[in-house]
Design a protein around this ligand. Structure first.
Ligand code: HEC
Ligand code: HEC
Length: 191
């Protein structure tokens, strides 16, 4: 861990400043950082601050493709301190009630897969683990989750944890749909 990611992680982010720095992001991620139930934009509210910092710095370092967002997160637009501020603000926002759901038909199979292959890192209830950069996957929009697990399996999300790639690499499309169906309906734990 080095460079701006480390600087942002060690900085004391300020939520009040972060609220202002988050304004240009609201057009896509919405004013309450709830994203879109269609899954086109992820929910950020309540996500672990460390995860937000890792993903923001990975996106701008080109480790994760996101052409739509690049003009808003480039290093000429947002400083490492502002990244820390945004993370402090967004991670403390309440998790919205309305989350885009899957068809519901895969939940039982998805539950088995998740318990076997995912819960060791993402937590039994999908709560994640901030210190390890494991994202909270509970209460995330279904279509976003499905897109990401496909990116992870097919190598399009290059910042992915290699151990995760190994397990997801074995999954069929049906398995991915089922596990996303299951994760989307998990209730995020209260902070
Ligand atoms: C033009 C639309 C747009 C704007 C503006 C935008 N984003 Fe995004 N953002 C996206 C999209 C699309 C994704 C998901 C990309 C994908 O599917 O992998 C995303 C993903 C993210 C993620 C990763 C979430 C996760 O769960 O891994 C973070 C963090 C994030 N955005 C923060 C921000 C911040 C902070 C700003 C403002 C500085 C911002 N975004 C502005 C479109 C946008
Ligand atoms: C060894 C730990 C580990 C295991 C096992 C693991 N993951 Fe992950 N997962 C991660 C980490 C770390 C990230 C953060 C992305 C990154 O930077 O690699 C992540 C990211 C994700 C994301 C993207 C979340 C977001 O907000 O963008 C999804 C979805 C996901 N994992 C689903 C799964 C599923 C489904 C399984 C089981 C089939 C699984 N993971 C197994 C560590 C793990």
């Amino acid at each position: 861990m080095r460079g701006e990611k480390l600087i942002a992680l060690q900085a004391r982010g300020d939520a009040l400043r972060g609220e202002i720095s988050f304004e240009p992001c609201q057009g896509c991620h919405r004013i309450d950082a709830s994203g879109r139930t269609s899954g086109s934009y992820p929910r950020l509210a309540g996500q672990h601050g460390t995860v937000l910092i890792k993903q923001m710095t990975d996106i701008r370092a080109g480790r994760r493709n996101n052409p739509k967002m690049e003009p808003f997160i480039g290093d000429h637009v947002v400083s490492p301190m502002e990244i820390a501020d945004i993370a402090a603000y967004v991670s403390n926002l309440p998790i919205p009630k309305e989350i885009g759901q899957g068809p519901g038909t895969g939940i039982a199979h998805g539950k088995d897969l998740f318990a076997k292959d995912c819960a060791t890192c993402h937590g039994e209830r999908g709560e994640g683990k901030g210190e390890k950069f494991y994202p909270m996957v509970a209460a995330q929009h279904y279509r976003y989750l499905l897109r990401e697990v496909k990116f992870i399996r097919d190598g399009d999300r290059r910042n992915s944890n290699p151990e995760m790639v190994k397990v997801i690499g074995q999954y069929s499309d049906e398995d991915l749909e089922a596990v996303a169906d299951f994760m989307a309906q998990l209730v995020a734990p209260k902070k």
